[in-house]
Structures are given as C-alpha cells and as structure tokens.
Design a protein around this ligand. Sequence first.
Ligand code: GCO
Ligand code: MG
Length: 434
Amino acid sequence: MSHPTRQNDIEPAVPPAWEPSGGMPALKITNVKAICTAPDGIRLVVVKVETSEPGLYGLGDATFTQRPLAVVTAIEEYLKPFLLGRDPNDIEDIWQSAYVSSYWRSGPVLNNALSGVDMALWDILGKRAGMPLYQLFGGKCRRSAALYTHAAGRDFQEVEEDARRYMEQGYRYVRCQVSVPGYSTYGAQIAPSKAEPFPQPLGLGYDPWEPSAYCRIVPKLFEHLRGALGEDVELLHDVHERVPPIQAIGLAKELEKYNLFFLEDPLAPEDNEYFRLMRQQTSIPIAMGELFVNQAEYAPLIRDRLIDFIRVHISDIGGLSPARKLAAFCELFGVRTAWHGPGDVAPVGHAANLQLDLACHNFGVQEQHNFPERTREVFPGCPEIRDGSLWSNEQPGLGIDIDEELAAKYPYPEHPLNGAWPPVRRLDGTVIRP
Ligand code: GCO
Ligand code: MG
C-alpha cells in the first residue's frame, strides 16, 4: 500500500475534534499578527493572537533582535495559516504540532515565532479565567521576584559607585562589568562621547578584543569590590562566552574566593562538554544558557548537575510551555532559574518571566531591564520595579497590553545590517564570539 508523502499533503491544518473544554464557550483563533516596534531603538517583535470573542486577544514575545524580520516571516507566512480556526485553549497541542510542522525545527527564528504564539495563548487563557498566569501555574511562592541589575564603569571606582547607587535603591544583587582599556568590552561599553579611540589594526572597522587582558582584570575588579562593598551584596558577572575554555576555567577558579552569586556564560554552547571539567575545578556557581535553543543543549547540563542556574531566553526556547517544563525539570536537579531579561526581551517577555518567577519554587533571581518611559507607554501594564524586585500588577493573563497606534510610531531604526551585530575581532583580525 502506498502512502502519500507528507510533502504532497497540501490539506490545510484541520483542527482536532476535541470536545469543548471545561464548559468554556467555543472559541477560535481569527488572526495572528506580528507587531514590530522599537520605542527606544531596540527592535522588538510582539505577536497578537485575536479570537472570535470580540476584544479577547493575547500577546506574546517573539523578539530576536538581531534577525527580527526573519521571525516576522515565520509568524505571518507559516504560523498564521497553520493556526487560523484553531481553539486557543489547545495550547499544548498547538505548540507540539506547530513545532514539528517545519520538520526541521528549533533554532532562534522558529522558536521565537512559536513563543510569540504560545505566550499569547497562555495570556488568552489567563484572561478567560480572570486570573494572572502565575495563579494558573500553581500560585505564588513569593511576594515578588528579586532582580539583579547591571553596574558598569570605565574603572573599578566607577563600577563601585554604580553598584552603590543601586544598593541604595534597594538592590541586593548587582552584576558588575568593567571596561578593559583599549578593548570593546561586553557589558561596559563606553558611551561614544567618553570613548577613547579603539585601536583599529589592519585598518578594519571593528570592535577589538583580547581575552587575556580581560582575564587579568576581572579578578582584580572583584578584589576591589569585595573590599569596598563588603560581603552582604550578591555580586554577579557575565563572561559572555568570550574567552577560550581553559581561560574560562582559570578565571572561574580565581573568582571563587569572591563569593559570586553566579558567573554567567563562562563557556559557549559549543563548548558545553567543558562544564564537566570546570565543575571538577571549582565550586563557583555557574549560570548558563541565554544562547540555548534546543533541549539537547541544556538537558544534559541539568541532568548531570553541571550548572546552578538556567538562564535561557524564554522566547528563544519556544515560549512559556517549554519554559515551564524546563523549570520543573531543573527543580528536580537543584538548578535554579534566572531567566534572561535584557532590553531585547520585550516587556511582554518580562511579564512572562515574572509569571514563572512567582510560581516556581526553584526561582533564583531575575535579570532586570529598566524600560524607559517611552517603552512603558507603548506597553501599558509593564511589570513594576520596586525595592530591587519585580511585582505583578495582578491583572489577568500576562497583565500587559500594547498600544498599537503608539507602537507604529516607533519603526525599526535604519541600520545597514538591519540590526545584526558587527564582528568582534582579536588584534590580528580573527573573529571571536560576541
Ligand atoms: C545578558 C545578555 C545580553 C545579550 C543580549 C543580546 O546577560 O543580559 O548577555 O546583554 O548580550 O541580549 O542581544
Ligand atoms: Mg548574558
């Protein structure tokens, strides 16, 4: 007997004939759209899923700021036709079927597109139930989510002053990054007006970087900060996968005595196997994973207890559905959550982070981004920062909205690479990880 190949199967997606659930009236997805906006210059993508009930819609974060237009295509050309007519209650089935509908799956483009839809479906469910999502996830484990903020400076003194400023505002967790003289350093970029001209070997316009200079300066920074700030404050640092694995292990060992809350991304996902060696060398707490997009990358690190904090960018792994499973998996292995929360997670994504932060017992800490007023106006209900913590506004669903008219006033900024990152290179011109 012959079977038609899947490629020839051109029938549109037929919604499964489940019984209507939980006594809720039947509902259909009537529209799925990608909204592009950049109120403060960061390219954001937000998905809006509309339903057959007038005024009932959900929002989800699909921001992949280096390739936003690819995500928009995935949403509008592929997910939208796949989802029209489906019951938005079928969150799990929609996630699973959309995930495999491309056959080749995962990756930041497709996962972000799927996340936009997935978060929006959870948002709709919360709105229908009249409850904030954390309630549907099992209820609050804590009043609010402790945040870590970013202190940076050109020298140790400036980092110290920045950290003190945050501590005075009530922050108990501070990530500290210092410039490495002459190099373009992750997390401590000097404002152009203050910047020394960077060396431009080979006459190429690029950001220069040498790992050894960085590895020498960072332990000295924490020596200074511990002396100046004392033991009470939790200090963090992000390596941003920029150094060769053996230097990362050396750095981790040297930093151990400064009692960091965690050392972030000491290795690149490509070097995952080195975590085992790092673990044998030092007890420094390790946070990993904003670049992960596939469970095959993160599940073994958790299962083998090689990291302490999971730091995935929730939209990059496909949304709230996979993140809930990941959080539960981590709990069983003593790994805590520290979801990625930079400015290129849209406020909708921060609202999603918060729902999990409140409901997961194994919450560790939440990275914060203090959205400027313009972004907060575009996203009414943007989670509130108070006393170094993030608080729920107790509204149903994700508790956040988008003012589409206002969003449209902030198109993506003109950029020759459409937002892609220019290379970081060693002094001899070799490209290295960003
Ligand atoms: C962090 C991250 C970010 C990323 C950015 C990439 O820990 O907050 O490293 O700053 O670099 O999200 O787009
Ligand atoms: Mg990081």
